[in-house]
Design a protein around this ligand. Structure first.
Ligand SMILES: Cc1ncc(COP(=O)(O)O)c(C=O)c1O
Length: 309
């Protein structure tokens, strides 16, 4: 029988239950920190944690469809690449991490969910040099209400262009998201959904998505170099392009070519593929909203990959 406990703090009022496996569950989700499953608002992170103090770590976000972590191998590959890029050693093997993710999903009880996990350089007295302590893995599993994202996928997003104020190594999925957060807020304050970064006159990506456009039957997106995150959704979209009759160009492009495109869209794990219908107050890519557009076909082809793993 589940044991009910009152949660304190951020989730105050929410009822947490302990299931048969001893995992702490609630309608908001479950957490994992310092080697055990915890309630989301349980205070488990000490002050001297390098993610907390320096943002010294990396993360991943995986979408769970029907209890299965979608594209987990690609996410684990990128997690390993990000860790290697910042010389961050992992105590767990890839297999152990995959098992832990499966356990977390099962314990959460959610079938449509989002798994967030991050690895920091550990818990140790604050000092800049790399410490000789184990890395620290934390994780959350939260339910997803896909209806919100479905609305964006159907109706499209309004965006602004914004200077890409990030560092030079955007291919690392680093915990340091201050420029992304500031720019997202700038977009919200301007009354639109999000922003698209522009660096040295070239469009790079969104604050939490990759950006593509289609003109004359060619899908254009920024090359997977150091100036963008190498999105897993982007990679799937590129692999699907041929089957719906699109050619692909991974070369840099300007805001002007985006504004003049037939169809503009973003790609990301949770939102999947979503049209962009306005940039800086101008209508763009309206063709994407038609039922037989390339973006609609990509959306349907992407959903096919979800149901056939
Ligand atoms: C800056 C940035 N670019 C692109 C993406 C899309 O990556 P993925 O498709 O792997 O979710 C994300 C996802 O969070 C992101 O933060």
């Amino acid at each position: 029988m589940p044991i009910e406990t009152e949660q304190k703090g951020a989730g105050a009022g929410a009822v947490a239950t302990q299931n048969e496996k001893g995992a702490t569950q609630s309608a908001d989700g479950i957490g994992y920190a310092r080697g055990r499953f915890v309630a989301l608002d349980e205070p488990v992170i000490p002050i001297d944690e390098r993610a907390h103090q320096f943002g010294d770590g990396i993360y991943e976000v995986i979408r769970v469809y029907g209890r299965r972590p979608h594209l987990i191998e690609a996410h684990l590959d990128r997690f390993e690449r990000s860790a290697a890029a910042i010389s961050l050693a992992q105590e767990r093997t890839r297999g152990e991490l995959a098992q832990l993710i499966d356990d977390a999903i099962e314990r959460s009880g959610f079938s449509e969910a989002q798994v967030y996990f991050q690895l920091s350089r550990g818990i140790v007295k604050r000092d800049h040099p790399f410490p000789a302590v184990p890395s620290h893995l934390t994780m959350t599993v939260r339910p997803i209400d896909d209806a919100k994202f479905q609305g964006i996928r159907e109706r499209g997003q309004r965006m602004i262009l914004a200077p890409d104020i990030r560092w030079q190594w955007c291919y690392i999925k680093s915990l340091n998201l201050l420029p992304n957060i500031l720019t997202k807020q700038k977009a919200l304050d301007a009354g639109v959904n999000d922003a698209i970064f522009v660096r040295d006159g070239w469009v790079t990506e969104g604050t939490s998505s990759n950006v593509g456009f289609i003109s004359g039957g060619v899908l254009h997106t920024h090359p997977a170099d150091e100036h963008i995150l190498h999105g897993i959704t982007r990679q799937v979209v590129l692999s699907l392009a041929g089957q719906i009759g699109l050619r692909v160009s991974e070369t840099r492009f300007t805001p002007e070519s985006l504004m003049a495109a037939d169809e503009v869209f973003t790609m990301s794990t949770v939102t999947e593929i979503a049209p962009v219908v306005e940039i800086d107050g101008q209508f763009v890519g309206q063709a994407a909203l038609a039922d037989d557009s390339f973006v609609r076909r990509l959306q349907r082809a992407y959903r096919q990959t979800v149901s056939v793993h």
